[in-house]
Design a protein around this ligand. Structure first.
Ligand SMILES: [Zn+2]
Length: 478
């Protein structure tokens, strides 16, 4: 007990010194941002004091809970210049909340608590400092903030080093746990959470997400997921640079790529790369030739988060189920989802080049190219070829060759499901000015398009999820 009281005195003394240092730095002419970071980083390092100096878990969280209350009061009353930010940014409150939660929940696994807090302390500080100084390639987050690629990559690198150092020096993860890939996965996950950019709440979710990775990833999947996340990050950023993915699409690539690369082995990796590379190449190659028609589709050459998840989400979920249950049928379902996504993408990219006019899949009447739910001979051929391509790539990587015909069927059926939904229940709109059907809410001429048929909530992304799920179900029973 007396040790805990001494530890409490140390805690308040240390935090007091940190705040005085920050205020002093501000008065000596340091920028407000830098002064804030001085406090943020130095207080974050208290995690080692909280874990080492206290005997009681309950008393160990008292200083950080005090900080929650104090920072909230400071925020409301605007008491300290150096810790102050915009009025609606509660980051200084959320950080000690996460700190307290990690100390409490991971008391017996110090590396988990310390790794989570260090991801925030070092990673986030680097992200904003590097972002402010060197940020050139800017993007808008889903939370509506402006961040930079340079800042996010600095966060990723800084988190990797900070977490790796923590894991090396502190007990609390399994002794046989490979530390390098675990730190890498932690870094990519923390960077993604930070890149969501939701007004200070990343101060809560970054440490909790990093801690969850350290606590929950089983040793046998650490290498796969760690390497998979880095490969997905590199591919995602490269595709952003090439114009195939929007910034939010990079997040989608990581969310899909990490489980598929990490849990589904060579077959999953080959199939996803086959889908991603071939469909990006096709949309780039034919972009100019079909510019007029493609503009009517909701999907364009640059894919965002919704489109990445719509095409790859079912495959990613199947890969997670494969990794957690070990049931090989989920591996088949993952392939079914990927062949369906590829069949539909090839059909969309190549089908619009058809010379003869397409027909609606339900009534078979002739419709203009680009109509939702239209099929053509060229499109069907492209769907078959797209499914066969991913099936063959998977077989070369080690899947059963006898599976390929099944996968072709699953892919073509998935693509037909997409067309059928497009012709019946999908939200399709009409532009009065141009007298054209479109999947877009705002037509490319800039005018809002009015509802023509289907359910307004059933957009192209939802249709893609259903189509890939159909392919997954068919392959699951193969
Ligand atoms: Zn129009």
């Amino acid at each position: 007990m007396s040790q805990d009281i001494q530890a409490l005195l140390w805690a308040y003394g240390y935090i007091g010194v940190c705040v005085v240092a920050g205020e002093g730095a501000l008065r000596l002419g340091l920028s407000r941002e830098l002064a804030r970071k001085v406090i943020h980083v130095s207080v974050g390092f208290w995690i080692f004091g909280a874990l080492w100096l206290f005997e009681s878990r309950t008393l160990a969280v008292v200083p950080s809970l005090t900080a929650v209350v104090a920072n909230w009061l400071i925020h409301r009353k605007r008491l300290l210049k150096s810790v102050e930010t915009e009025p609606d940014n509660l980051g200084t409150v959320w950080f000690p909340v996460a700190f307290s939660a990690l100390v409490w929940l991971a008391w017996d696994r110090p590396a988990v608590a310390a790794g989570g807090v260090m991801a925030m302390t070092v990673g986030d500080a680097l992200a904003s400092l590097v972002g402010r100084r060197f940020g050139r390639h800017r993007y808008e987050t889903l939370g509506g903030e402006h961040k930079s690629l340079e800042g996010s990559l600095a966060m990723c690198a800084g988190t990797f080093v900070a977490v790796l150092a923590t894991l090396t020096w502190m007990p609390g993860v399994a002794p046989d746990m490979p530390k390098v890939p675990l730190a890498a996965l932690c870094a990519v996950v923390a960077t993604c959470v930070e890149a969501l950019g939701t007004k200070g709440r990343d101060n809560l979710w970054v440490p909790l997400a990093a801690g969850a990775v350290l606590a929950l990833v089983p040793p046998e999947h650490a290498w796969g997921l760690g390497v998979g996340s880095v490969v997905a990050l590199v591919i995602g950023v490269a595709s952003w640079a090439r114009g195939s993915l929007s910034p939010s699409g990079v997040l989608g690539a990581i969310l899909v790529g990490t489980p598929v690369f990490g849990l589904a082995g060579a077959v999953g990796t080959a199939a996803l790369l086959g889908f991603f590379i071939s469909s990006s190449a096709l949309s780039k190659t034919f972009r100019a030739r079909k510019a007029g028609v493609e503009a009517e589709y909701a999907k364009t050459g640059t894919r965002d988060l919704g489109q990445a998840l719509a095409n790859g989400g079912v495959a990613a979920l199947a890969a997670v189920l494969l990794g957690t249950t070990g049931d090989q049928r989920y591996g088949l379902a993952m392939l079914g989802a990927l062949v369906a996504a590829n069949a539909d993408t090839w059909a969309t990219e190549l089908g619009v080049l058809s010379r003869s006019p397409p027909r609606l899949v339900t009534t078979l009447r002739t419709v203009p190219p680009g109509t939702s739910g239209a099929v053509s001979g060229a499109g069907m051929l492209a769907a078959t070829a797209g499914a066969a391509f991913v099936g063959l790539v998977a077989a070369i990587a080690g899947a059963r060759w006898s599976l390929v015909p099944w996968l072709v069927v699953a892919g073509v059926v998935g693509s037909l499901v997409d067309s059928f939904l497009g012709a019946t229940v999908q939200d399709v709109r009409w532009c009065d000015a141009c007298s054209r059907e479109t999947e877009r809410r705002v037509h490319r001429c800039g005018r809002p398009a009015r509802p023509l048929r289907g359910f307004s909530w059933l957009g192209n992304d939802t249709v893609n999820v259903v189509a890939t799920a159909a392919g997954a179900l068919l392959a699951f029973w193969a």
